[in-house]
Design a protein around this ligand. Structure first.
Ligand code: SF4
Ligand code: FES
Length: 363
């Protein structure tokens, strides 16, 4: 068993945006009793003792936590490299300076598109101008900046303009990630899954941009796994490299694992060391012993670990099946059918996103 090097701390599920691919759980009722500042201090201390060196402060929107500066200071005192993953709503120059002084190392800001009208429509609220202002503040304070854009059917055709915007902001890292179809992303999949033509054009743009940006900025492009033959090694393997702690203190091997019908484990009841090494949840899909065929006899099993357990569960109802993205999976037709629907000639490429409830409305 390896030791985790990364902790994703989802501090709160509160968020002012309404993104249709939101990674928050669909039902938020179980997460209102958030960990206190003192409890997060203990979690970070235990994480450091366990070997964690990278901390990602996320949500929801982590800036909604009034104690964010205190949490960032604790992380810095423990020697953790700390990254803030944020929509930037609430990152005023004053708050940014406080976080800089507290020792926050890196900021990752999400934008939804290259210009205000489309970005605000996808975010479900006027936010683009504030995001751009916050990105400039981050650069002014000398922080390394990553700009993250989730790509989908509604914005992937503007990928050239998106990259140009991020270049103008002087980002050190550009992360273009196609939507993952869990939670709200799966719920809104029909409006989000791009066509093959869109995906192929985007790849060409990314290839050209990589060459142009060489030595200036790192461009990470995450392909839509529905268009791959084999799944990605989700989380680098279950309980292998990183762990997530969500607002109510539940500890998870990946941020979407709250959907799985497995026993919960909470940092209020158990130490992180016990959770990592002993809990049934973290042991359930560790290694390759749990695998069914075709994964069990497959030469790729040590590379992709059978794909994503959450995707297998969401698409088949059984988290222990091969990820249906894999062309060898007996359930691959589920993914193939969604891809066929996304490429049907009768479908317009850009559709208006279906109205969706705000996560807060589902409490
Ligand atoms: Fe990966 Fe399993 Fe598919 Fe092999 S059969 S490529 S291990 S998901
Ligand atoms: Fe949970 Fe992939 S998101 S294992």
């Amino acid at each position: 068993m390896t030791r985790p090097f990364g902790l994703l701390a989802e501090l709160t599920y509160a968020c002012p945006l309404h993104c249709p691919y939101c990674s928050n759980p669909l039902k938020l009722a179980d997460y209102g009793d958030e960990l206190t500042t003192a409890e997060w201090r203990r979690v970070l201390t235990e994480a450091r003792e366990l070997g964690v060196v990278q901390l990602h402060l996320s949500g929801g929107e982590p800036l909604q936590r009034r104690d964010l500066v205190e949490i960032a200071r604790t992380a810095a005192e423990l020697g953790l490299y700390t990254n803030l993953i944020t929509s930037a709503i609430g990152l005023s120059p004053r708050r940014a300076e406080q976080l800089r002084t507290a020792g926050l190392d890196h900021v990752q800001i999400s934008v939804q598109a290259h210009e205000a009208a489309l970005s605000d429509r996808i975010a479900g609220t006027p936010s683009f101008d504030r995001k751009i202002a916050a990105a400039r503040t981050v650069k002014d304070l000398g922080w390394p900046l990553t700009v993250n854009v989730v790509l989908h059917r509604q914005n992937i055709d503007r990928i050239d303009d998106i990259i140009a915007l991020v270049e103008r902001l002087g980002a050190d890292r550009i992360e273009l990630a196609n939507t993952q179809y869990y939670g709200w992303g799966l719920h809104n999949r029909a409006a989000l899954l791009p066509s093959r033509t869109q995906v192929e054009r985007a790849e060409q743009v990314v290839r050209a941009a990589r060459k142009r940006l060489e030595g200036r900025a790192e461009l990470t492009y995450i392909l839509p796994d529905y268009y791959l033959d084999f799944p990605k090694p989700c989380m680098g393997g279950w309980g292998k490299l990183q762990l997530t702690v969500v607002p109510n203190g539940d500890a998870l091997p990946c941020p979407a694992a709250h959907t799985l019908p497995l026993p919960h484990v909470n940092v209020r009841e158990k130490s992180l060391a016990w959770i990592w090494a002993e809990s049934p949840l973290f042991q359930r899909f560790r290694g390759t012993g749990w695998m069914p065929e075709p994964c069990r006899g497959c030469p790729r099993r040590e590379f992709d670990f059978g794909g994503c357990r959450c995707q297998a569960f969401l698409l088949t109802g059984d988290a222990a099946r091969t990820d249906p993205v894999c062309i060898l999976s007996p359930d691959h037709e589920i993914v193939a059918e969604a891809v066929r629907a996304a490429n049907a000639e009768t479908r317009p490429v850009a559709e208006v996103l279906a109205p969706r409830p705000h996560p807060r409305d589902t409490r």
